[in-house]
Design a protein around this ligand. Structure first.
Ligand SMILES: Nc1ncnc2c1ncn2[C@@H]1O[C@H](COP(=O)(O)OP(=O)(O)OP(=O)(O)O)[C@@H](O)[C@H]1O
Ligand SMILES: Nc1ncnc2c1ncn2[C@@H]1O[C@H](COP(=O)(O)OP(=O)(O)OP(=O)(O)O)[C@@H](O)[C@H]1O
Ligand SMILES: [Mg+2]
Ligand SMILES: [Mg+2]
Lengths: 227, 227
């Protein structure tokens, strides 16, 4: 479903070049459950942003569902993204002037889905995530972990083919964290391809396939046995 | 050093009142190492914001170093805060237009401290936190865990009497997380009063005294034995 071939990304700060992704090669099949772990600054978010079509590599190919996304114009990339990918940001990226419910419903609104269906879908997800009592709060009226769960709901409302989660439990207590993991994994059971960047070893080790990143490279790629 | 007496905080959202802090009573001695744990939404950040003089309770007394802060004007409260308290925010709250170094040095600049001393102090802390190579990056050029460590450095530059940390390791891998804990604990060993809100059980259990919060109340207050 997703193919990364010799993906490179270099940032320039002042006169210092910084190789953030270094010749990444990666194949991901439809329906896989993959975790990505590694030191702070190793390139995990940058890699996820590439796969999520939020950023462009400097070189290399990124093929999603047979579409050579690196060759597309920005508008076409945005279309592929909206139709296929749900993204949970490390820093949430919610809209301050919209309520929690409106923030989560935004992708559905952009897709022209009826308001009744939007409300119902958001209510269902909020309830699974334990934030049903926060529908009408603004982001500034929410705790860190509540903001995180609104961001998670927004990524799921369109039941995307591919769900990319960047540190989805970083601000959550054990129990809320497990609620989130349950929802993510149930979506994967339904066939959604799930990539989770996490610093939580317990969460990372649940994935069927585990990647380790160090200094912009994939240092390990381990698949669990059948047993 | 810090006394909270019958502290209450109620928010209003639409027509719904929400009791976020419920009759909090708490005494903290100088030099204590305290962790605060509890479910997402239980009031931990709100409590920390009260103690940090970033927010006002609706009722009750908050006495810091014999100063009845609840009775002071905003300007005087800001003065007490700047002179005594370092705060690590759950969402970092860095200034987008300043570099990492400038962000961390900000409290020293506001105190009129010489630029040479500022640079030296920031360099020392950044090195302890493993981000010495990111002095001149802007916040948008930093990873989640690097942003978190800049926020931590900023809270420490003035060696404040009281250090309040809201989820200081939420975006960090194991090893960076331990570096942060080492720095925080070494400051406590030097006599700084340390309060850490955390979802990380391993971190929370290192504290000499552990508070549990549920629904705006302190449900447990446990001090480790001598043995
Ligand atoms: N726009 C940018 N300009 C310059 N450097 C950048 C930029 N964005 C990221 N970096 C650098 O690239 C490196 C990787 O960043 P990235 O956000 O991918 O790390 P990460 O693995 O997600 O880290 P964390 O676990 O802390 O979230 C970091 O060292 C960061 O300083
Ligand atoms: N300005 C506000 N208006 C209305 N409600 C608020 C406001 N700020 C916080 N709340 C509510 O108060 C409760 C406690 O918030 P707080 O941020 O203290 O929780 P927390 O324990 O830090 O949670 P987390 O672990 O998720 O960070 C939450 O349910 C939140 O929705
Ligand atoms: Mg990251
Ligand atoms: Mg909080």
């Amino acid at each position: 479903l997703i193919n990364l071939n010799e993906i490179n990304k270099c940032y320039q700060v002042g006169d210092q070049p910084l190789q953030v992704l270094n010749n990444i090669k990666l194949n991901i099949d439809s329906g896989e459950y993959i975790s990505i772990m590694g030191p702070s600054g190793s390139g995990k978010s940058t890699l996820l942003n590439m796969i999520g079509l939020l950023d462009r590599p400097d070189s290399g190919q990124l093929i999603i569902d047979d579409i050579p996304t690196h060759a597309l114009e920005e508008e076409q990339r945005a279309k592929v993204r909206r139709n296929n990918i749900g993204f949970i940001f490390q820093n949430f990226q919610l809209i301050p002037r919209l309520t929690a419910e409106e923030n989560a419903a935004l992708p559905m609104m952009l897709a022209g889905i009826d308001i009744k269906i939007r409300k119902q879908r958001v209510a269902e997800l909020f309830s699974q995530l334990g934030i049903e009592q926060r529908l009408h709060h603004l982001p500034k009226q929410l705790s860190g972990g509540q903001l995180q769960r609104v961001a998670i709901a927004r990524a799921m409302v369109m039941s995307p083919k591919i769900l990319l989660a960047d540190e989805p439990t970083g601000n959550l207590d054990q129990r809320s964290g497990w609620d989130v993991i349950d929802v993510l994994e149930s979506l994967n059971t339904e066939g959604i391809t799930l990539l989770v960047v996490t610093h939580d070893l317990q969460l990372g080790q649940r994935a069927a396939r585990q990647l380790a990143m160090v200094d912009g490279k994939i240092s390990e790629d381990c698949t669990k046995g059948e047993g």
